[in-house]
Design a protein around this ligand. Sequence first.
Ligand code: 4AD
Ligand code: MG
Length: 473
Amino acid sequence: MKRTKVIDILKSTEFGKDVCVKGWVRTHRSSKAVDFIALNDGSTINNVQLVCDADKFDAELLKQITTGACLCATGKLVESQGKGQTSEIQCENIEIYGLCGADYPMQKKGQTFEYMRQYAHLRLRTNTFGAIMRIRHNMAMAIHTFFHNKGYFYFHTPLITASDCEGAGQMFQVTTKNLYNLKKDENGQIMYDDDFFGKQTSLTVSGQLEGELGATALGGIYTFGPTFRAENSNTPRHLAEFWMIEPEIAFMDLDELMDLEEEFIKYCVQWALDNCKDDLEFLNKMIDKGLLERLQGVVNTEFVRLPYTKGIEILQEAIKGGKKFDYPCNWGDDLASEHERYLVEEHFKKPVIMTNYPKEIKAFYMKIDAEKPVCMGKEMEETVQGTDVLFPQIGEIIGGSVREESYDKLMGEIERRNIPMKDMAWYLDTRKYGSCPHAGFGLGFERLILFVTGMQNIRDVIPFPRTPNNAEF
Ligand code: 4AD
Ligand code: MG
């Protein structure tokens, strides 16, 4: 008989119909006359209940069915007697596909996320990780739909690259090694062949520079792919391999960029509220009681737009009022997460788009502001049209900017920062031939998923996290 997914079984009211379901056992309760097996196939957070009358089944077979076992069950769809579910299956036959021993690491409830990280290959079968993975999928659908509806094209930028977009030197080098023809040097050490591309290459830290080539040809593009950063920061917000979404749009100015950032995040959150109801309700109940309210709040709130200089003034006022920070926050300092948290969580109590940062703390490609800012009565150094979107609980979720379109100004920055020119000629051609105003941003996919799921650690919103000292699975 053809298999029906649990999600469809639970919606069906065709009582009396013969059905077949396949999945993994979540729980098995036995009484004298009847056994109840909760089966889940990953299509939904909810389980279908199999009701097995003891007189119809071999007691030995039933005994073997423990949490984690994989079954094929057939029977009649019936109206449920229990609370909270409309239908269940009056089971007639069970075929065991795979037994699951008592040493199955995922069977106990209430295991910590740290514990589960050791079993990244099996934690996917738990309710929480099932919910997170379905939400991840739905967010990817939201992202493609959002940009597609705007007429921006999905543009594929290379993962292997010779340029360091952010100029932060956090790149994983690419080397090649012919396993079947290992060359050794005179000391017997294996020689790596760095000459495959004829130059040193790395895994990309951002698709932006190539994205700009797309935007200045197609008008508007977005990338959505893996991104790699060898930053040795063991925090709940950083991964060595994460996914980034980077739209890049010709003829966009700073205000339009901020509008797009805000609209985009709200669209994704609303999509989750509309399409991931069961999973979000589960997470709201089990993980974070304030989740649904927070998600709804973001959709209904206007984000604050705050120039960096004004932000520094607010922080300095707070210090005068007795607020203590561990790190300084004078004009020119890169804000620490404690400062961002103060602004977002205590001062404004809503998402903040911070803009017009000092040039020195931002990347070379950002457009330089026409005027220098005045901070507490004094004129400061040059600023750029960069934006960071700061979120409660998460911190920076988006980084973006208007790009410097003047060939001379961009060249000036590249020289001042000693960025090797030989690697940048193709990029400079965007400014040399038909240069146009343009802007874009990068959203960290996992940071969005953190916000939408209410999870605390970025290692728990990606199937197989890559962090310092962890590349298993
Ligand atoms: O602020 P970032 O470094 O900006 C860029 O890479 C630009 N080139 C983007 C652009 O304008 N096209 O990174 C963008 C976002 C951050 O705001 C953060 O959400 C995420 O990427 N991110 C990380 N997420 C997880 N782990 C890491 N190590 C991350 N580093 C950045
Ligand atoms: Mg950033």
